[in-house]
Design a protein around this ligand. Structure first.
Ligand code: LLP
Length: 388
């Protein structure tokens, strides 16, 4: 994303705030769509990454489906105009109200995560005289090789149905007239940058799908989830992830049954690079080994560094004359927690009070995870197309 044309506007906005380059987002999404369409793959955007109306409208205009993990996300996707027929609904803890709502909307699929959930959906669907389209979210026990808080596909994780439950599952499906088994669903984790992981996933999907095939179960759909990572170290590297390479892996390694439809639920890789968080330096304070730059954004605006030790590149909004003027800083927020730290011991041009800093690659799991801890105001968002 090139912020230069927007600097005169951004300098006059009250900090901290999110800024999204809607032009970049649109062209990025068109590129992704093209790469997926080459193989006839369907993409459901994972709303949890960023659910701002303006962003969602762009997804809807470009005809993406939605992946939702709460009744409110399903509601939001429908309000924006996304067809219920393109909405997948996952999550280990769907409430009765959420299930009733989604059933009445005739969504594409409930991604079911447990035997108990299948039984509840059967009962509710029977009462409503509906047939619930379900996919089984399988826990394939494949290591995503990412941070353990965003690993979801290991047996120790709470997600999905484990292999030892398959026989019971088949019995339930056979005896549940209001469940319509549509396919299998997998999502093994997030911020996956090691492409070998997706090859491993394909091998497990092939084995599991074969098991169902051998038990005479037809699976019209396979949903491989999301998880594709971005390059947080180099925000300017917009060619990573390589979507052609990503989809090619599935095309080459997945044993697709004739006529089967392949779905993905990407979140981060679609929006992360389109957003930044902009914050102002409040105070500079000398520490023992470093200087602290205390900024007006904190873990309340962007929790990823505090929660996952995540790295986000930080740079001044405006280039300064940096020669011989580099200093070492811990970039910290104003919240009363030591984990409220964006970066430790980084080198930046000498900072002064009121300097603006850009925290890059904040378009995914940034604003949407903001909180009002310390009774702070929620951050506002601004969009490139408002400034042109
Ligand atoms: N499908 C399911 C069922 C998911 O749970 C997720 C993400 C996705 C799709 C989208 O995954 P993505 O393509 O965005 O990796 N807050 C964390 C990330 C949590 C991801 C949760 N599930 C972070 O900031 O890193």
């Amino acid at each position: 994303m090139n912020l230069t044309p927007y600097i005169p506007y951004l300098k006059n906005i009250k900090t901290p705030f999110y800024f999204y380059d809607t032009f970049f987002l649109e062209s990025h999404l068109k590129k992704v769509k093209k790469a997926a369409e080459k193989f006839g793959y369907h993409i459901h955007y994972a709303l949890k990454a960023n659910a701002n109306d303006k962003i969602l409208h762009i997804f809807n205009q470009l005809d993406f489906g939605a992946d939702c993990v709460s009744g409110n996300e399903v509601k939001k996707a429908i309000e924006i105009g996304i067809s219920p027929k393109k909405i997948a609904f996952a999550g280990v803890g769907k409430t009765d109200e959420e299930i009733i709502y989604a059933l009445n909307q005739d969504i594409f699929s409930f991604n079911c995560e447990s035997i108990a959930e299948l039984n509840v959906i059967q009962n509710i669907a029977a009462k409503l005289n509906k047939k619930a389209p379900v996919s089984l979210r399988i826990n394939p026990n494949v290591d995503a090789n990412t941070h353990r808080y965003i690993t979801t596909g290991l047996e120790e994780n709470k997600f999905g149905i484990n292999q030892w439950e398959f026989d019971t599952i088949i019995e339930i499906i056979k005896n549940s007239p209001n469940l319509d088994l549509q396919g299998l669903h997998f999502h093994i984790g997030s911020q996956i940058t090691d492409m070998q992981v997706f090859k491993n996933l394909c091998s497990r999907v092939n084995e599991i799908q074969k098991w169902f095939y051998n038990h005479n179960i037809a699976l019209p759909h396979l949903n491989l989830g999301g998880g594709l990572g971005v390059d947080y170290e180099n925000p300017e590297n917009i060619n990573f992830p390589d979507f052609d390479k990503f989809f090619n892996i599935f095309n080459s390694h997945l044993d697709k049954i004739a006529g089967q439809q392949i779905h993905f639920e990407l979140g981060r890789s679609l929006v992360a690079q389109a957003g930044v968080l902009i914050s102002k330096v409040l105070y500079i304070k000398n520490g023992i080994n470093t200087n602290f730059a205390i900024i007006d954004a904190g873990m309340t605006e962007l929790i990823r560094p505090a929660l996952y030790q995540a790295y986000h590149k930080i740079m001044p909004l405006e280039n300064k004359n940096t020669e011989n003027n580099i200093e070492r800083y811990d970039i910290v927020g104003p919240i009363c927690e030591s984990s409220d730290t964006f970066a430790k011991s980084i080198l930046l041009p000498k900072l002064n009070r009121d300097d603006l800093l850009v925290i890059f690659t904040a378009g995914a799991y940034g604003e949407v995870m903001a909180s009002r801890y310390n009774l702070r105001d929620l951050p506002k968002a601004y969009y490139a197309d408002e400034f042109s």
